[in-house]
Design a protein around this ligand. Structure first.
Ligand code: COA
Length: 159
C-alpha cells in the first residue's frame, strides 16, 4: 500500500490545498493530512480548530486520514510508515524553499521521497496569509476557501 503524508500549517486550509489533496488521493492508496503545530507561524487558529475546519472538506475522500504532528516531519512520516511526502508547487517562487526542505528531509530520512504536484492554476496566487489579510479587512474569500472556512474567518475577525 502506497501511503503519503500531506503536511502543512493549514492556517486555514484553502481550496488550493484541497486541489493538491485530490491529486494526491488519486496517486496514493492512502493520504494522511498532517497539520503542523507550527508555532513559528503564530497561527490564527489552534491545531484543533484547523483540524475541525479540514474534516468536513475531506470526508468525500475515502482514503484520506487527518492527524496533527509536532517535531520533525520526517519522524512523523517514518512513524506513520509513509513512503512519501507530497507538496504543492504553485509557482517558481515556491521552488527554492520547497527544494531545500525536500533535500533536508531526504538527508534526515533517505527512504522518504518528496513528490511535488501543481495545483490548478486558478489557485496559483492563493495563500493562507493572503486569504487572512483579505478576510481581516472584510473582503470576500469564498473563491479561495471552503464555506466553513470563510465563516470561521469572518467570525475570527468579527471579535
Ligand atoms: N494552495 C494554496 N496555498 C498553498 C498551497 C496550495 N496548493 N500550497 C502552499 N500554500 C501556501 C499556504 O497557504 C502557506 O501560506 P502562508 O505562508 O501564507 O501561510 C504557504 O503556502 C506554505 O504553507 P503550507 O503548505 O501549509 O506549508 P508550511 O510552509 O506552512 O508548512 C511544514 C511547512 C509544516 C511542512 C514544515 O514547516 C515542516 O515540516 N515543519 C515541521 C518541522 C520540520 O520537520 N522542519 C524541517 C523541515 S526541512
Amino acid at each position: 500500500m502506497r501511503h503519503c503524508i500531506y503536511p502543512g500549517t493549514f492556517d486555514p486550509i484553502t481550496s488550493g490545498h484541497l486541489d493538491v489533496l485530490s491529486r494526491a488521493s488519486r496517486l496514493f492508496d492512502k493520504v494522511t493530512i498532517a497539520v503542523a503545530d507550527n508555532l513559528a507561524k503564530k497561527p490564527l487558529f489552534s491545531a484543533e480548530e484547523r483540524v475541525a475546519m479540514i474534516r468536513p472538506n475531506v470526508e468525500r475522500f475515502k482514503n484520506v486520514a487527518l492527524a496533527t504532528f509536532g517535531g520533525l516531519l520526517v519522524d512523523f512520516a517514518a512513524e506513520q510508515k509513509a513512503d512519501a511526502i507530497i507538496r504543492g508547487l504553485r509557482a517558481l517562487s515556491d521552488f527554492e524553499f520547497e527544494f531545500n526542505m525536500a533535500l533536508m528531509n531526504r538527508h534526515l530520512q533517505p527512504m522518504i521521497e518528496t513528490i511535488f504536484v501543481m495545483p490548478n492554476e486558478q489557485f496559483s496566487y492563493t495563500s493562507s496569509s493572503l486569504v487572512k489579510q483579505v478576510a481581516r479587512h472584510g473582503g470576500q474569500v469564498g473563491h479561495f476557501v471552503p464555506t466553513n472556512v470563510a465563516e470561521a474567518l469572518q467570525n475570527a475577525f468579527a471579535k
